[in-house]
Design a protein around this ligand. Structure first.
Ligand code: ATR
Length: 275
């Protein structure tokens, strides 16, 4: 790794800065491509001042995650059209002193899905409507497929469906049995099933609804195989793991940070080694 006065710094703003091991994936890619960049997680104490730090220290870019994805929009200069419609930022690029926000969540999820199945003409049900769901819903709605948004709080599902496109159907989880078709793609964007939470080991989807022509994706990446994916595996569904979304987002971000074609296999290998 090259480190000198010309080294471009890429930062990470997120509450998981101590534990996130994504730096290993980026730095492995930087090294493989012999680039003069360094990726470092930052401990953000005051977001506004941290953003001023990007400007004042000439940090080249930052990856942004919980809890800063929405608040950071107040302090940067511009949003790209995707970050604008999603209303959240997962990456900030410093373009000659101008800080521009983008969002890779939706495209990352789409790539993870597409490496396993085609979304064309498919019936896709999104469970949940938080920030990640929002990004995913917009990205999928650009594709040739039909999305439906279900949520515990139906009024929020309605809000998101309307924001994406007036014709997007929405509802509560109780409508799932009526909506699932033989080859539905189901995407869980809620924290249900996440390790170290009250809902670890739970799934929002009754196992008997799952069948072998379906594709089931869980954006929860810890544990790798959530209860939903375990059940989907038993029923012969095609599985899309949350960590693949993280990988593809990393690939997309690396390209944005460096303008260099990402060494996908190197990133994949680094990610496997840090699980
Ligand atoms: P993020 O922005 O990280 O995607 P979020 O905004 O906290 O996360 O959104 C969480 C989503 O998971 C919401 O859709 C939430 O449902 P509500 O809008 O009804 O709150 C959903 N969610 C969280 N915990 C849940 C649970 N125990 N059962 C069902 N849905 C849950």
């Amino acid at each position: 790794m090259r480190l000198n006065g010309e080294t471009k710094l890429i930062g990470f703003f997120g509450s998981t800065y101590r534990t996130s091991k994504m730096y290993a994936m980026y730095n492995a890619a930087i090294q493989a491509m012999d680039l003069n960049f360094l990726y470092v997680p930052f401990a953000v104490h005051d977001l506004e001042k941290a953003v001023a730090g990007i400007r004042n220290l000439g940090v080249a870019a930052v990856g942004v995650t919980i809890p800063y994805k929405i608040d950071i929009m107040d302090y940067i200069d511009e949003l790209d059209p995707n970050a604008k419609r999603v209303g959240a930022v997962s990456v900030v690029l410093n373009k000659d002193g101008k800080l521009i926000g983008g969002n890779t969540d939706g495209e990352g999820a789409l790539r993870a899905l597409q490496e396993k199945t085609s979304v064309k003409d498919r019936n896709i049900i999104i469970l949940g409507c938080g920030g990640a769901a929002r990004a995913i819903a917009f990205a999928l709605n650009d594709e040739d497929c039909r999305i439906t948004i279900l949520n515990r709080t139906v009024s929020k599902a309605k809000e998101l469906a309307t924001a994406v496109d007036d014709s997007v159907p929405f509802g509560g989880y109780d409508s799932l049995p009526d909506l699932v078709t033989k080859d539905t793609i189901l995407i869980n964007t809620t924290p249900v099933g996440m390790a170290n939470t009250a809902h670890e080991g739970e799934s929002l989807v009754p196992e008997q609804l799952l069948g072998p022509d379906m594709t089931v994706m869980d954006i929860v990446s810890k544990p790798r195989e959530t209860k939903l994916l375990q059940n989907a595996g038993k029923r012969g569904c095609t599985l899309v793991y949350g960590y693949r979304m993280l990988l593809w987002q990393g690939v997309l971000k690396f390209k944005m940070y460096t303008d260099v074609e990402p060494p996908i296999e190197v990133m994949e290998e680094a990610m496997e080694s840090i699980k």
